[in-house]
Design a protein around this ligand. Sequence first.
Ligand SMILES: [Ca+2]
Ligand SMILES: [Ca+2]
Length: 172
Amino acid sequence: MIVKLTGSTSFLVTLLFSLCENVAAYDLHHKILAPFVKIGGGYYFIERNLQKNWFDAYESCRRLQAELITLETEDELRLVSKYLTQNNIFDRYWTSGTDLSEQGKHVWFSNGQPLSSQLWYSGEPNNKDKKEHCDELGNRIKDKPGMNDLDCNSKIGYICEIHSEEHCSHGH
Ligand SMILES: [Ca+2]
Ligand SMILES: [Ca+2]
């Protein structure tokens, strides 16, 4: 009985996993809005050509039922950066990091959790000219990943992230 249950559960997990391999965001008419690429355990939409301020970028991700990228671990930073480098698109991208609510206290706007101090480029965050409150994943040093606080009105690319469980439960 226990063996049987375990067997069918793992089958279900496998099925769910395979159904979620190719993820895309759809509009009401089931037209594909954006394809997400799988990197490690996450799904990401990388926009490099349309440069937007932080708020516009966040809204764009929400329209895809996603959020600006949240780098929960250094591993995620490493994997995403490796993908960008391998595809020759290592550039500057908005993340969900911000200290708009409390100066100097950078949190991921997607989940309210603090940013790891390990993610920053050295000397950052520096709140240059007292107007840097949104956090980018940057290319300050060629192919070396790191974070920097930047003026939220700066227009750069952005990366949206979607969680597979959330997406799969919506049936796409
Ligand atoms: Ca993440
Ligand atoms: Ca800065």
